[in-house]
Design a protein around this ligand. Sequence first.
Ligand SMILES: [Zn+2]
Length: 66
Amino acid sequence: MGRPSTARCPRCGSKVTWDENSPYRPFCSERCHLIDLGAWLSEEHSIPGEDAIVPAQQDAENLREN
Ligand SMILES: [Zn+2]
């Protein structure tokens, strides 16, 4: 025990430390990860699931009373 697990990046063959410090494992980096998925992904590399917050309608009604 005590030796960190390592793996080989499927893209470039670099050693990858197999722990939470390597979020793109088994790839060595985000670059290799994206290359493997397809270069087109890098253009749509956005965070999904963020809903836009719609302003409450009450604000508009308060303004109208003033
Ligand atoms: Zn790599």
